[in-house]
Design a protein around this ligand. Structure first.
Ligand code: SAH
Ligand code: SF4
Length: 369
């Protein structure tokens, strides 16, 4: 039987960070060592909300003995990021390249909109899924990020994108950066716990979204998760042979199995699953493709996001369709009664758009596509 890279076990990294633990775990450890629950709340909030970099900065707010214990005994380091670089785009979004102390680099993107701020996060160094249209896929798999490394991307970007004075801007977090988040579900959900926690960033689970290439057993696992972000599923083709050619995951979990799973995915009132469909010239942009996509979309409560192919060097033959074809494809969906939008990726000029996030791969000589 065929074995895919993402089916092999993944080694965890060795160093432990504060945010690798949930609040409940941290509180339990502190209580066991004779410290108060209120102190655990102060420390947790300072780390998640204010990006605490040094336990000593809590002087006067928690006891000296707790500062000493956290600094010398806990073994919980605070910041897993060794360095970062910012790449601002003309459209207002900024891509960040992040280097971790434990090794590995990823990219994440901050996208300010009028009434909200979206952070697009990576969940893995590289990706094992090997989708042929995706620059990250061409890197191969590096490793899973820990909960602290995932949360740190938000803690890095948040203070650099403050809300305008007097306004509270809604924050969304989407896992559409590097990696297959459902291949690292436990750590992704742990990080979401920090984003959602009342002492953390208080981001509602509806404002968290996980995008997957279609790992069916993990979609089922997500369905029963206590904290359940929105689900986005990347489709990219409407027939098994075509989908298997561009998304190898389809060989293990073909379309019918994926659609049946989505049909039974429990949704909250008014919630819909997002189907992402990357539109590639001459590959999946015909009227027949549109009609088959309509048939699929009608089976589930969904919105379809059409993402015109972001071109890059790792897939030189895959091109964005002409504008008239993109419009015709979208119109065919809408006229058939499907909710469909064309998503213009942000940050194209700094290679921050969907599928363009890539760092030096095992085989790539280039740093960016
Ligand atoms: N691994 C997850 C999330 C990261 S990819 C997933 O595949 O869903 C985020 C989105 O970018 C996916 O919807 C994917 O289909 C899309 N994408 C990948 N490469 C692209 C490209 N070159 N142009 C446009 N969209 C792309
Ligand atoms: Fe991985 Fe998503 Fe890219 Fe596929 S599209 S290779 S799953 S990041």
């Amino acid at each position: 039987m065929e074995t895919f890279a993402w089916q092999k076990p993944v080694a965890a990294h060795s160093k432990v960070y504060f945010l690798d633990h949930s609040f409940a775990e941290i509180e339990a450890v502190l209580l066991r060592h004779g410290f108060k629950s209120s102190s655990a709340q102060i420390v947790y909030s300072a780390v998640v909300r204010h990006g605490l970099q040094d336990y000593a900065d809590l002087k006067g707010r928690i006891s000296k003995s707790l500062i000493l214990w956290l600094t010398e005994r806990s073994g919980w380091a605070l910041n897993p990021i060794a360095s970062h670089a910012a790449f601002p785009s003309d459209d207002g979004s900024t891509k960040y390249r992040v280097v971790f102390t434990q090794g590995g680099e990823v990219e994440c993107v901050a996208m300010p909109f009028e009434q909200r701020l979206t952070f697009c996060l990576s969940s893995q160094v590289g990706c094992a899924m090997g989708c042929t249209f995706c620059a990250t896929g061409s890197m191969g798999f590096g490793r899973n990020l820990s909960p602290a490394e995932i949360a740190a991307q938000v803690l890095l970007m948040r203070p650099l994108h403050p809300s305008p004075r007097g306004q509270t801007i809604r924050t969304n977090i989407v896992f559409m950066g590097m990696g297959e988040p459902l291949h690292n579900l436990t750590n992704v959900l742990s990080a979401c716990g920090h984003f959602n926690h009342p002492l953390g960033l208080v981001i509602h689970e509806r404002d968290l979204a996980i995008s997957t290439s279609g790992l069916v057993p993990k979609i089922r696992e997500l369905a029963s998760s206590r904290l359940r972000p929105q689900l986005m599923v990347s489709i990219a083709a409407t027939q098994d042979a075509d989908r298997s050619a561009v998304m190898p995951v389809n060989r293990a979990y073909p379309l019918e199995e994926l659609l049946t799973t989505l049909e039974s995915f429990p949704l909250r009132p008014k919630e819909r699953i997002m189907l992402s469909y990357v539109l590639i010239r001459g590959v999946n942009d015909s009227d027949d493709d549109a009609d088959r996509l309509v048939a699929m979309a009608k089976r589930i409560a969904c919105l379809v996001n059409l993402i015109p192919m972001n071109e890059h060097q790792a897939a030189p033959d895959m091109l964005e369709p002409r504008e008239s074809r993109i419009q015709a494809f979208a119109t065919r969906l809408i006229q058939a009664g499907v909710f469909a939008t064309i998503r213009r990726s942000r940050g194209r000029d700094v290679a921050a758009a969907c599928g363009q996030l890539v760092r030096k791969g095992r085989k790539n000589a280039d740093t960016f596509c």
